[in-house]
Design a protein around this ligand. Structure first.
Ligand code: ADP
Length: 482
């Protein structure tokens, strides 16, 4: 895919704005460090215009029948699926993940739209039997209004459709701000929505100064809901600043996922699953395993199984055949991963494999996949999200200790357990303080299921009918009759 020097990334009221060449953001391929293109750099002015366009389009879109909205979403889903190969390549170029993961993500992005295309025509209300004879009580769902959507770089396509799918199905209009590192997938998706027949003003795209764009969303009375995926720090800021207009919020924030391997697990299967969980997107997902607890009786055997598998992983440019691990997104990410490693080693951790920064043969932000043992609770890696390819292995002696350690965090997004004992699987799942628990499963995300964290990992759900509820108000109509 070749891009012109300048690519417009501001789309307001059905029109792509010409790029102001004085003020742009350069998009780099994190695997080669080469510039791909320069995109528009907007701010408060463009965001205010986008909000105005979304506000004007709201009555048109929300009063359309659900069936009609459904057809447009369905068409967009179909186009994305048909073009998964092309979109996947763009995604790999701007984000770095291996092409098969990118294509998988794009197909996942399409599946969110398909699922919400189906939901769009099911906006059921309620008829509540009244306790007095002279009344009829009705509850009807209504879309919340204009939505501000802010998305991260780790899933440049699917995080967008996971928000826009339910918002649009519910009848909301949207101003989207993608991550500055990965606007190209967002541009492609918006173009597909255009081709699918989305009326003007329903979806608007603004890139540029994150703080200014966010601030314009926060200070606008028109924006009734902010849906955000990103760091807990920015999530807290958005929550505080939303107070003035009492905006609704849906926040998918950081995680610090524990994986527990019990002594009765199928060890080989568990090792492959832990690998899948840790190294998907090179450790850069909020549900990646960050801490691994292994029962002391199997720890040595399990660690050497992990080492063997990790050493076989193929690192490199995501567009090349057979690559399993790409680069980290940027220098800052690389430095953070290395700081976690150095902190652990300085406190006594043993490097089982990896443990080094970039590979000389590769120019991008690469880090060798790493396994560490002799881990203690005081290490940074056991307390902060690493967002990179390091597995710290700590041992435990019994179930209670493992669960206590797993729950000892301010985060509460995803946790994983590996066991072949059904009673233990149920008992442990119930006791883990997390929004999502994977039992012998490390990919617990699906369009039909509610994804979301508790504690400082966020509020609200994405996916499932629960995800659509975020974008709906329930209006109560009380009717007095003769
Ligand atoms: P990360 O550090 O992983 O990039 P962030 O939370 O900083 O995570 O970024 C997630 C998204 O939030 C990105 O689209 C980013 O541009 C956006 N963002 C960052 N700061 C702000 C802010 N003050 N207001 C609105 N959006 C922001």
């Amino acid at each position: 895919m070749s891009y012109d020097k300048l690519t417009s990334s501001i789309f307001i009221d059905g029109t792509w704005r010409e790029v102001n060449s004085e003020k742009t953001e350069t998009i780099y391929n994190p695997a080669t460090l080469k510039a791909i293109t320069e995109v528009s750099y907007g701010g408060a002015q463009e965001t205010e215009e986008a909000i105005q366009a979304a506000s004007t389009a709201f009555p048109v879109w929300s009063e359309m029948t659900g069936r009609k909205r459904s057809r447009i979403l369905y068409k967009a889903s179909q186009l994305i699926s048909e073009e998964a190969g092309r979109l996947g390549k763009i995604l790999t170029e701007e984000q770095g993940k291996p092409l098969n993961e990118s294509i998988g993500e794009v197909k996942g992005a399409a599946s969110f739209l398909l699922w919400y295309a189906e939901e769009a025509s099911r906006g059921y209300g309620e008829w509540i039997p009244s306790s007095v004879k002279s009344k009829r009580l009705l509850v009807i769902p209504k879309p919340v209004g204009v939505v501000g959507a802010i998305t991260p770089w780790n899933f440049p396509a699917s995080m967008i459709t996971r928000k826009l799918g339910p918002a649009l199905a519910a009848g909301c209009t949207v101003v989207l701000k993608p991550a500055p590192e990965t606007p190209l997938s967002a541009i492609e998706l918006v173009k597909i929505f255009e081709r699918a027949g989305m009326p003007q003003g329903v979806i608007n795209l603004v890139t540029g100064d994150a703080k200014a764009i966010g601030n314009a969303m926060l200070t606008s009375k028109e924006v009734r809901l902010l849906t955000f995926t990103g760091s807990t720090a920015v999530g807290k800021y958005l929550m505080r600043e939303s107070a003035d207009h009492i905006k609704k919020l849906s926040l998918e924030l950081g995680g610090h996922a524990p994986s527990i391997v019990f002594e009765d697990a199928d060890l080989d299967k568990a090792a492959s699953l832990v690998l899948g969980s840790k190294f998907r997107n090179n450790g850069q997902t909020c549900i990646c395993t960050n801490r691994l607890y292994v029962h002391e009786s199997v720890a040595e055997q399990f660690t050497s199984m992990l080492k063997e598998k990790v050493e076989k992983l193929k690192i490199g440019y995501g567009l090349e055949e057979g690559i399993e691990l790409g680069p980290l997104i940027n220098e800052r990410a690389l430095e953070k991963v290395h700081a976690h490693l150095e902190d652990a080693v300085s406190k006594g951790a043993q490097v089982v494999c990896g443990g080094e920064k970039w590979d000389d043969a590769l120019e991008g932000h690469f880090y060798k996949p790493t396994v560490l043992s002799a881990i203690t609770d005081d290490m940074l890696i056991m307390n902060e999200e690493t967002f990179g390819p390091i597995i710290p292995v700590q041992t435990f002696t019994d179930e209670d200790e493992a669960l206590r350690k797993a729950n000892n965090t301010d985060y509460g997004l995803a946790a994983y357990i590996f066991t072949e004992n059904t009673s233990r699987a149920i008992r442990a799942s119930e006791k883990l303080d997390y929004g999502i628990v994977g039992v012998n499963d490390v990919f617990p995300a699906a369009p039909e299921a509610p994804f979301g964290g508790i504690k400082q990992s966020g509020i609200g759900k994405e996916g499932g009918h629960h995800g659509m509820d975020e974008f709906l108000e329930r209006k109560f109509i009380s009717i007095g009759i003769e």
